[in-house]
Design a protein around this ligand. Structure first.
Ligand SMILES: [Fe+2]
Ligand SMILES: [Fe+2]
Length: 278
């Protein structure tokens, strides 16, 4: 439904409507369903108005979040990320039916919380005068689908990288919004941050489950990422190591992630951070 239906309302179907979904057949030999058949051109169905595109939509600078509309536009970007995460968890559940009951339930729980995050951001941006679909919707996460075709790679990219980076972004935006005096939106961001800690924890549990004996966590993580996707994508332009320690990453992993650079590192103008007191 979430992947196959193009309608936003179906993608947001409340969890309680299908929480009693029978997972009991899971132990039977269920064939690895080709969840890609729900996709067209490596992206899921989307109704008119919420179609993904490559059109550019700039996120407002942190120092411009004194304007309510700019906050709304920023939330539009975040809501798009949430919608892609909802769809990707749905894809992962179909793609990896033999992942085990605990992992599938974790994916379901994360997907439900991504739905909550979408609703929170959507209603707040509506209050600020922005409707979902007003701006182009990029396909940032879905661009990586070919690099996520195993459970381990799916987790390394979606949870350890994208959701991991969101721990930094939620810290940055909470501070920027508080700087500008929007404590309502800052509160929503804090709620999302707390949930994302849980999501990355779930991802880390899957990652550790498959960590080969004798291999360190950082080397294993590197082995799951295919160039040009690098660990740079697992953090924001400002890195908050304490958030990763809170999730349970090893000190070595956090150190290596913090130190990691690639050819795109350092291209972000950091002056915005200073302008909002970060
Ligand atoms: Fe989320
Ligand atoms: Fe998440």
């Amino acid at each position: 439904m979430i992947l196959g239906s193009p309608y936003l309302k179906d993608k947001l179907l409340p969890f309680t409507d299908w929480a009693d979904l029978d997972l009991s057949n899971e132990e039977e030999e269920s064939k690895e369903e080709d969840s890609n058949h729900f996709l067209a051109g490596n992206i899921p169905a989307r109704e008119q108005g919420i179609i993904m595109s490559d059109a550019k939509s700039k996120i407002p600078r942190l120092e411009h979040l004194n304007e309510p509309r700019n906050i709304g536009i920023s939330l539009h970007h975040f809501a798009n990320h949430e919608l892609m995460a909802i769809e990707l968890f749905a894809w992962g559940i179909l793609k990896f039916p033999n992942a085990g009951r605990g992992i599938i339930r974790g994916f379901l729980k994360s997907m439900q919380e991504e739905q909550d995050h979408f609703r929170l951001y959507n209603s707040r941006m509506n209050e600020l005068g922005v409707q979902f679909g007003d701006k182009p919707l990029n396909r940032l996460f879905w661009k990586q689908i070919e690099k996520m075709q195993t459970l381990e790679k799916f987790t390394a990219i979606l949870s350890l990288s994208f959701e991991g980076a969101n721990l930094d972004y939620t810290r940055i935006y909470k501070k920027a919004l508080e700087f500008h005096g929007d404590f309502v939106t800052a509160g929503l961001i804090e709620k999302v941050y707390q949930d994302e800690i849980k999501h990355v924890k779930r991802g880390l549990a899957v990652f550790k489950h498959y960590l080969p004996e004798g291999l360190d966590d950082w080397s294993y993580f590197r082995s799951l990422l295919e160039y040009p996707f690098t660990p740079r994508r697992a953090k924001a332009y400002m890195f908050y190591p304490e958030t990763r320690i809170k999730v349970g990453f090893s000190g070595h992993f956090v150190q290596m992630l913090g130190d990691f650079t690639d050819e795109y590192s350092g291209r972000v103008n950091m002056s915005s951070l200073e302008k909002v007191g970060i």
